[in-house]
Design a protein around this ligand. Structure first.
Ligand code: NDP
Length: 246
């Protein structure tokens, strides 16, 4: 494949590539010509991914472990494309949210994005290379959703981190954006959104009257990674069927 959606000659790192959006993104980037490294926490998931897609290289590390993550990513650079996608579903009422859940979600959703991006970007700058980063945020960064106090705060932090990274790195040839999907029925979302009493009120607020498919998010990530979005920088792209306009 040629044109703006060709990633031939590019190396890509996708975090949380063992399942859901990350797994599908890693596979798509291989189809589009990139050399892909899939990072995740559960080795069994990485093994099945590699069986399905033997060209993918895998790395098993817990992103909540700052030092282990840094060491693992440093060994694998350079990466021209980075998708900070790994995430943990978490729902609890404000009064019931626990300190350990805050620590875990901020570690994986925010600190790991900073950590992995620092390693990847420092290496690109040292080599004089350009790069593109997409952080996977959520509509929960932009709207108050019931029982999403911890999750929503981490995703709002991802969007601000995206903006500051864009501000500091744009002049150095590193482009940074995030995507903000609505509900996508991956394993993570199914646990909370399957009951009709939860799904139906949310669907009623989405003008397109459906949840996103994994493929909808993969296409948005691919666009933001590609030269087709060359002047799009520092933005949070909703993939939400219009939820955020209501
Ligand atoms: P899944 O649960 O399907 O996949 C999450 C992936 O993240 C898994 O591969 C998992 O690893 C990995 N992961 C979780 N914790 C860690 C960790 N500590 N270290 C390394 N890897 C880790 O989730 P989705 O595909 O649904 O979500 C992907 C992203 O999209 C997340 O950031 C999520 O917040 C966001 N999002 C999801 C929405 C949805 O409705 N599904 C809506 C909006 C945003 P492993 O498989 O190895 O255990």
């Amino acid at each position: 494949m040629s044109g703006p959606y060709s990633f031939a000659g590019k190396r890509a790192l996708v975090t949380g590539a063992g399942a859901g959006i990350g797994r599908a993104t890693a596979k798509r980037l291989v189809e589009l010509g990139a050399e892909v490294v899939a990072l995740s926490k559960t080795d069994a998931n990485l093994k099945t991914l590699q069986e399905e897609c033997p060209k993918i290289q895998t790395v098993c590390v817990d992103l909540a472990d700052w030092d282990a993550t840094r060491t693992a990513v440093e060994k694998l650079t350079p990466f021209h494309l980075l998708v900070n996608n790994a995430g943990i579903g978490h729902v609890a009422s404000f009064l019931e949210a626990k300190q350990e859940d805050m620590d875990k979600l901020f570690s994986v959703h925010v600190k790991a994005v900073m950590n992995v991006s620092q390693v990847v970007v420092s290496d690109l700058l040292a080599r004089g290379l350009k790069g593109t980063i997409v952080n996977v945020s959520s509509q929960a960064a932009k709207r108050a959703l019931l029982h999403h106090s911890v999750y929503g705060c981490t995703k709002a932090a991802v969007d601000m981190l995206t903006q500051v990274m864009a501000l500091e790195l744009g002049s150095k040839g590193i482009r940074v954006n995030s995507v903000c999907p609505t509900v996508v029925m991956t394993d993570m979302a199914r646990r909370f959104w399957s009951p009709p009493e939860r799904a139906e009120p949310m669907l009623a607020r989405i003008p397109q009257k459906r949840f996103a498919e994994v493929e909808d998010v993969v296409r948005a990530i691919t666009y933001l990674l590609s030269d087709a979005s060359d002047m799009v920088h520092g933005h949070a792209l909703p993939v939400d069927g219009g939820f955020l306009i209501t």
